[in-house]
Write a protein that binds this ligand. Structure first.
Ligand SMILES: Nc1ncnc2c1ncn2[C@@H]1O[C@H](COP(=O)(O)OP(=O)(O)OP(=O)(O)O)[C@@H](O)[C@H]1O
Ligand SMILES: [Mg+2]
Length: 424
């Protein structure tokens, strides 16, 4: 059965023989995927959003089943599962209230296997129709002829200014180009774009992971947060989640889907260091901002990365080197360019105090003070990227195809890039 027709069910029921029968019946149904079993709604809530769940089967006998605010909270979630109650005849007053709180239907106990499956199938079909209607409404909105350009901020070493730059650049690019800009926190484990933009939200990229094979525009939109600057933001998961780490391989696919469903620019704050997952991100990008500082360690790591990049066959204009935190009395820029055999595309001046204030107060420097030297450099970079007056940067080349979700990039690309290979 195609994945889109499988019904993903979460059961919330007390431990008792009727529940055991229900669970084993659902396990045996070919068209059903049992996502899990929770003893209370409270325990079920964290699962919603982490996993794809079409239907939540709620037994009226669980201790918190009658807390209507919990049902309302579920109904308000993006891509909320349809709640179907399993109740006794005496529960009818509660059923009425629960339907007002967002539940979709109910099964009267005792019910047969056939009644159970008919109810699940009908609810699932109705939910699909509603989602489809949502898509159709949104398709009626202007169709995008172009997909957004993906620009990934990457550095081999961490702690050198990627997040400060990514957040400010997204705002500057939105203002300079007058185009939509979507900022993605690609650091799934330790991302801090939310702090840098002073956003408090539960929505994140984790909401998209269960839908990675069907990332339509409305699904992606439901996970985005609109920042006061007008930039749309896709945050990293709010908590460290080992399951999300496993899904890192899907990040490039998600970014590609984000870009395919909107125009303008997608800015990705990538994690530091090179992994298979980051390499896939770089493949998807039309532009890679290679962020470095003048420290010996950072320059050496950048040089090593550039040597690897030569083997990736990226067009030369894809990699734009950005020197972060540069002081006037640092090594001359020409000397750095000679050492790295790569031109410096942008220089972000040094001001640790201003950057620390911006990061800690959650207000990117371009929004705090657009006349600050760092802001001016970032606006200039934004104009370069959008082909504005200080431009001169050639139009980006199309990205390489991203790996399909879950697929490892072609035979471990990092292994192929190892120094000393015969073909290197
Ligand atoms: N233009 C700058 N001038 C001086 N210091 C800077 C500048 N940009 C960044 N820094 C320093 O780098 C620190 C880290 O900045 P930021 O969080 O933006 O870097 P990052 O590369 O995203 O870090 P991580 O690898 O932890 O994600 C800042 O707290 C600041 O001390
Ligand atoms: Mg960062």
């Amino acid at each position: 059965m195609p994945d889109g027709q499988l019904i993903h069910v979460l059961v919330v029921a007390p431990r008792e023989p009727v529940s055991e029968w229900l669970i084993s019946t659902l396990h045996a149904e070919a068209g059903v995927v049992m996502v899990g079993v929770a003893p209370t709604l409270e325990r079920a809530l964290p699962l919603i959003g982490q996993r794809k769940i079409d239907i939540l089967l709620l037994d009226g006998g669980v201790p918190d089943a009658q807390q209507l605010d919990r049902l309302q909270a579920i109904a308000a979630l993006p891509l909320a599962p349809a709640v179907v109650l399993m109740v006794s005849a005496g529960d009818m007053p509660f059923v009425q209230q629960a339907l007002f709180a967002g539940a979709r239907g109910f099964l009267l106990k005792p019910y047969t296997q056939e009644q159970l499956m008919t109810s699940l199938r009908q609810t699932f079909d109705m939910q699909n129709q509603q989602r489809q209607a949502l898509v159709t409404t949104q398709v009626a909105a202007p169709a995008f002829e172009e997909t957004a350009q993906v620009c990934v901020l990457f550095s081999p070493k961490g702690g050198i200014g990627r997040t400060s730059l990514a957040t400010s650049l997204a705002i500057a690019l939105h203002q300079e180009s007058d185009q939509p800009v979507t900022l993605v926190d690609g650091d799934l484990q330790f991302g801090d774009v939310d702090i840098a933009l002073n956003i408090m939200a539960r929505k994140s990229i984790a909401d998209l992971l269960p839908y990675v094979n069907e990332l339509e525009r409305h699904i992606i939109d439901s996970a985005l947060i609109k920042h006061t600057s007008g930039v749309q933001v896709l945050l990293a998961p709010p908590q460290f989640d080992p399951a999300v780490t496993v899904d890192e391989s899907r990040l490039a696919h998600i970014i590609k889907s984000v870009a395919a469903t909107r125009s303008g620019y997608v800015i990705v704050d990538a994690p530091a260091g090179l992994s298979e997952s980051t390499l896939s991100l770089l493949d998807v990008a039309q532009r890679v901002l290679l962020v470095t500082t003048v420290s010996v360690a950072s320059l050496r790591a950048t040089k090593r990365f550039l040597e690897l990049a030569a083997k990736l066959d990226y067009p030369r204009d894809k990699l734009v080197m950005v020197l972060s935190g540069y002081r006037k009395d640092d090594i001359p820029l020409e000397q750095i360019e000679r050492h790295l055999s790569w031109p410096i595309g942008a220089v972000i001046p040094n001001d640790p105090t201003a950057i620390a204030l911006a990061l800690n107060q959650g207000q990117p420097i371009v929004a705090r003070d657009r006349n600050h030297a760092i802001s001016k450099a970032i606006f200039k970079l934004a104009r370069q990227l959008s082909g504005g007056p200080t431009g001169g940067t050639p139009q980006p080349t199309p990205p390489a195809p991203a790996p399909a979700p879950g697929q490892r990039p072609a035979a471990s690309r990092l292994m192929q890039l190892r120094p000393g290979r015969a073909d290197s």
